[in-house]
Unconditional design. Structure first.
Length: 133
């Protein structure tokens, strides 16, 4: 394993532990997440200030182009879930009953479990194929 993959794996496991722990404390989770987002954007803002060409309209144009190229423009400003719920004529999560939300979560968990099984089966098939070659 390369050093880079080791670092990624470390932070992936750390993220899982922190996310699981904080998910039981939503207000603390929101506070820490909000601080992280603000500090990130503060750093981006201060870095952009080092380049005089990134003031005003050129900054807005470059940001828009970057977000359009990466597919983030619509998902950031509108959100994937809002788009999908509109296509499916679904209620907003705030308008759903607790029973409807639990049902959606159960369906999502079932799909995730099925995807995990498929991923394992694909990995087994790939392993068998690599052994025969």
């Amino acid at each position: 394993m390369t050093r880079e993959r080791g670092i990624i794996k470390f932070f992936d496991k750390l993220e899982d532990k922190v996310r699981i722990s904080l998910s039981h404390r939503p207000i603390l989770y929101a506070l820490i997440g909000g601080i992280g987002v603000v500090l990130f954007w503060k750093g981006v803002w201060e870095t952009a200030e080092a380049f005089p060409v990134l003031f005003g309209l050129p900054s807005a144009i470059l940001g828009t182009v970057i977000m359009l190229m990466t597919g983030l423009f619509v998902s950031f400003f509108i959100g994937d879930s809002i788009l999908l719920s509109g296509f499916k004529h679904q209620k907003k999560i705030a308008d759903k009953t607790e029973e409807e939300v639990v049902k959606d979560v159960d369906i999502t968990q079932t799909i995730k479990a099925q995807l995990d099984v498929l991923a394992k089966e694909i990995a087994e098939i790939k392993a068998k194929l690599s052994q025969t070659q």
